[in-house]
Design a binder for this molecule. Structure first.
Ligand SMILES: [Zn+2]
Ligand SMILES: [Zn+2]
Length: 557
């Protein structure tokens, strides 16, 4: 294996950029700037596992290369409070141990992650609160927080000045003139930094393949007012828990419609609580506990719930399968998706829709009727940003291959030079050259340990998942004679009714394989094991046309 901690030589007089996660994928954002022997990190996010990572729900960037330079990391800057930007704090910070910087709302959400650290780490972690508009020195880096708009309170771009280079690192953003929660984006400051000159823009690519504009949260609120009017039964509305603006719009609408609001889903409760403390939910109605919904007429209920992507343990899935402890939806009720379908989640969403349909519950989708707007810049917004800042160079990040490519093309159309890179590509920003590779990858959380997602554990799990297993034990004397008949067990291989005969065939093959070995090999555990495995495999393939995982234990007495 090549050295995961290897770094190309860095010229201390040049500024470098390296995406460690999030470039070539949506999720687990982690970016790094290097200058003068110092390193500055931007964001530390997670992504979520899928059917290829059984038993692994949370995935973080693989930071083994960063561990080699950890003593020279001067700070970690968080752009905003989404999981794909700060969700890995509790898992990876203990390996980095650098000061963390964030604005107030983001810091409040980060604080909940930090609460999961052990007492020693909690004490050691210095969480510095900054304000949008503020510029501070972090080591050799001057970092200014610039307020943008997105789908969560306090999204910030970063103006990073170091050496003679100015970088605008956008974070996640859109142009929302009327974002419902918080101020609009700081266009005046963007124009100012444009006038001063911008060398590099490192930019969100999520919606670079979507034409037009993303649309404003206040437009989504207007569309919701139309869609939610005139229903008799309960209204259950699902949206992303962190979209505080949408939650606020729905709360205010509920009051107008004469409905009381209840919230199902822990993550939404937590976000609402954080937003209230930070002053983002003034005028939001008091919530009805879910357990009290039964006392209200159906026409007076509006239920906000998590789980728009069909996550099996979230509220909406439970409502669809009618297993929610506090609420039973019935014919005449309406379910509203104020969200979009994230690619990959089509099947679980379709399952919920079928369940609702069978129960006579109407479903209203958010894709086409304006009741959802995206939080990321579409083509016209990207053009606006590049035409406003007129950067010499653009690096597309935060996207899969097609998003990065589309964003690069938009930048070129606007007259910038686009540098197309992936996780692990180290760019010298002072010379505008990609100068080498740094090891990157993914770590999956299983139990309380982080394991490489390309490693043996997940390979074995996937094999077991698809092929089942055969386990056998051979108890031998020192010379290799059987002291008891071989014992075997099959798991996930054949139907119960066939198991006994398959096991007895396997036992015979094991005895036969042992007989076929010479006297010396019979004294060698490894030789016995491999002959036995081979016999099991050959039988399963030839007789059953299957390739189970074969595990043979040899005990010698
Ligand atoms: Zn993001
Ligand atoms: Zn975001």
């Amino acid at each position: 294996m090549h050295d995961v901690q290897h770094w190309p030589d860095l010229d201390p007089h040049n500024l470098y950029f390296l995406p460690v996660g999030g470039t070539g994928e949506i999720g687990m954002n982690l970016n790094l700037y290097a200058f003068g022997g110092q390193f500055l990190l931007v964001d530390l996010g997670v992504m979520f596992g899928d059917e290829t990572t059984p038993g692994v729900e949370v995935i973080t960037p693989d930071i083994r290369a960063l561990e080699a330079i950890k003593d020279r990391i001067v700070g970690l800057v968080l752009t905003h409070a989404h999981e794909d930007h700060l969700g890995a704090l509790q898992y990876l910070w203990p390996k980095l141990r650098c000061p963390v910087y964030a604005t107030s709302f983001t810091a409040r959400v980060a604080q909940r992650k930090i609460a999961n650290l052990n007492d020693k780490d909690k004490k050691a972690l210095k969480l510095n609160r900054v304000q949008a508009g503020q510029a501070i020195e972090i080591g050799l880096f001057r970092v200014e927080w610039l307020h943008l708009t997105h789908s969560i309170p306090e999204p910030n771009g970063l103006v990073i000045d170091v050496a003679d280079q100015r970088v605008f690192h956008t974070g996640d953003w859109k142009l929302d003139p009327s974002p419902v929660v918080g101020d609009s984006y700081d266009a005046a400051r963007l124009e100012e930094i444009a006038a001063e000159g911008v060398d590099w823009v490192v930019c969100d690519s999520t919606n670079a393949t979507s034409p037009g504009w993303s649309g404003s949260e206040s437009e989504a609120a207007k569309a919701l007012a139309q869609v939610l009017a005139g229903h008799e039964g309960r209204l259950a509305v699902s949206c992303f828990a962190s979209n505080v603006a949408r939650v606020k719009s729905l709360g205010l609408l509920a009051e107008q419609l004469g409905r009381r609001v209840s919230v199902l889903g822990r993550s939404m409760h937590e976000m609402i609580q954080a937003a209230k403390i930070e002053g983002y939910l003034a005028g939001f109605p008091n919530l009805v506990p879910a357990s009290d919904l039964g006392y209200l007429p159906r026409s007076e209920q509006l239920i906000l719930c998590t789980g728009s992507q069909g996550e099996p343990r979230a509220a909406l899935s439970k409502l669809a399968s009618d297993t929610h402890p506090d609420l039973h939806l019935e014919a005449g009720d309406t379910v509203v998706f104020s969200s979009k379908q994230i690619p990959g989640n089509e099947r679980p969403i379709a399952r919920m829709r079928n369940q609702f349909a069978v129960a006579g519950i109407q479903v209203i989708e958010g894709e086409s009727n304006g009741i959802h707007v995206s939080g990321h810049p579409c083509v016209e917004e990207l053009k606006w940003m590049y035409q406003t800042l007129m950067p010499t160079h653009v690096i597309p990040v935060h996207g899969e291959g097609r998003h990065l490519k589309a964003n690069a093309n938009i930048a070129r159309e606007c007259g910038s030079h686009a540098v197309e890179i992936r996780n692990g590509d180290l760019v010298n920003l002072s010379t505008a050259q990609t100068v080498g590779k740094v090891f990157t990858g993914r770590l999956g959380l299983t139990g309380n340990s982080l394991i490489p997602t390309t490693g043996a554990v997940l390979k074995d799990r996937n094999k077991l998942k698809y092929h089942g297993s055969v386990m056998a034990t051979l108890v031998l004397d020192q010379k290799g004679g059987l002291l008891a008949p071989p014992a075997a067990r099959v798991v996930g291989l054949v139907d119960k009714s066939q198991e006994a005969s398959v096991v007895s065939e396997i036992v015979q093959r094991l005895a036969g394989a042992l007989d076929a070995l010479g006297p010396l090999s019979r004294q060698d555990d490894a030789a016995v094991q491999s002959a036995a495995e081979e016999a099991v495999r050959r039988y399963c393939w030839r007789q059953l046309n299957q390739r189970p995982v074969a595990q043979i234990m040899v005990a010698r007495i």
